[in-house]
Design a binder for this molecule. Structure first.
Ligand SMILES: [Zn+2]
Length: 393
């Protein structure tokens, strides 16, 4: 997507004079501030952008989230980063690392030396969630942030400038362990290849992802799937190019690299054959390959971890649903991402590396023999493909 954009941008820049480009940059810069200025200016901007008005809630929450992210994380951590949550997270992370290492051990195309390196990479993957920062440390971080009573724009500008300094002042210093690459507060989780790190933001540490007394099939289907998915990104088409320390180095033999490409090609072909009726287009299996690889592996790891956990824990399926525990595991794992989209939204998602939410999951469950067994699918059913893509399973 970005290559296409940059190619077009290059063509446009060659035909437009420099003054126009300069004006555009000045306007884009100013536009970021207009939202935070007077009502009259905001009305002009809204008109220009074809909006009825700017949402004030959106304006204020965006400022706090973007410019005071660590402080906000500290506040959220009071309710989200509790000893109970920490215990649940740590045991879930341990369980998912074990199943992923077992899956790595089963890959016939991977030699013993690379298997050992891959397992070491799983051990070294730093899974971050919550925040370990004292109030005193937090106060020191924000000591230059000033609120001027009655002067919203000045206060905003001060926060904006200080926030830039906040992230620049530690350049060339060793990385602070509490520092995150992405937002610490949103409902998001990421894998960062060059740090070999999983970041699970505080927005994820709440219902419906995690909660007191939830059944095992629910926890493993939700949180387990998220953790398994992010850990698996260390071995997708991109993540696999980085070693356990996050260095961009090749740690596989050429024969293994070729064999792995074949494994991923299966996923590319599988997703490229999905046709979205609403958008009247096929999924782009190439740009979504990393996500889809991590999803297929993630659900497999979470299911295996759940089955292990179940051996030593007693629980009953939820009453009145007529579904067994395995079915509830898969049902739980889809709920968080179950959404309804307009055609325009699907068309936009087709250009993203994540792809439309529905197809992401359909592909992952097609690749799961456990899913087909749980729902007693027949050999020619849609959810039972002729060939399953079993990378990292
Ligand atoms: Zn992902």
């Amino acid at each position: 997507m970005y290559t296409v954009y940059l190619t077009h941008l290059n063509k446009v820049l060659k035909t437009v004079d420099k003054r126009t480009v300069q004006n555009l940059f000045s306007f884009l810069h100013a536009r970021n501030y207009i939202k935070y200025s007077s009502t009259r200016m905001r009305q002009h901007l809204a008109k220009l952008e074809g909006k009825a008005t700017f949402d004030m809630n959106d304006r204020c929450t965006t400022i706090v989230e973007n410019l005071y992210n660590v402080g906000l994380a500290k506040v959220m951590a009071r309710t989200r980063y509790t000893p109970d949550v920490k215990t649940s997270m740590d045991s879930m992370i341990r369980a998912l690392k074990v199943t992923l290492k077992e899956s790595i051990g089963k890959q016939a195309w991977l030699g013993a030396a690379s298997k050992s390196k891959a397992k070491n990479k799983v051990d070294k993957t730093n899974v971050k969630y919550g925040i370990d920062l004292t109030d005193t440390e937090l106060d020191a971080l924000y000591k230059d942030f000033t609120v001027y009573p009655g002067k919203f724009a000045s206060s905003f500008y001060n926060f904006y400038v200080q926030n830039k300094r906040f992230y620049l002042r530690d350049l060339n210093k060793s990385r602070k362990t509490w520092r995150w690459r992405f937002s610490m507060t949103g409902p998001v989780a990421f894998y960062v290849s060059d740090l070999n790190e999983v970041e699970i933001a505080l927005g994820m540490l709440r219902e419906p992802v995690i909660g007191d007394g939830y059944p095992g099939y629910y926890n493993f289907g939700n949180l387990g799937f998220i953790i398994g998915h992010e850990l698996s990104h260390a071995f997708d088409s991109q993540g696999s190019k980085f070693d356990a320390q996050g260095n961009y180095v090749s740690w596989w033999t050429q024969a293994e690299v070729n064999a792995y490409k074949g494994q991923v090609q299966c996923i590319i072909d599988q997703y490229s054959n999905f046709f979205d009726v609403l958008a009247q287009k096929n999924i782009n299996g190439t740009i979504t390959q990393s996500e889809n690889t991590a999803l297929s592996s993630g659900v497999a790891q979470a299911y295996k971890a759940y089955k292990k956990w179940r051996k030593t824990h007693n629980e009953k399926p939820l009453p009145n649903l007529g579904l067994n525990e395995d079915q509830l595991f898969f049902l739980s794992s889809t709920q968080l991402f179950c959404r309804k989209y307009t055609k325009a939204a699907v068309l936009q998602q087709l250009t993203y590396s994540n792809g439309p939410m529905t197809w992401r999951h359909v592909g992952a469950y097609q690749n799961s023999a456990a899913f087909a067994k749980a729902f007693q699918c027949k050999p020619k059913d849609f959810m039972v493909p002729k060939k399953r893509c079993l990378v990292w399973q």
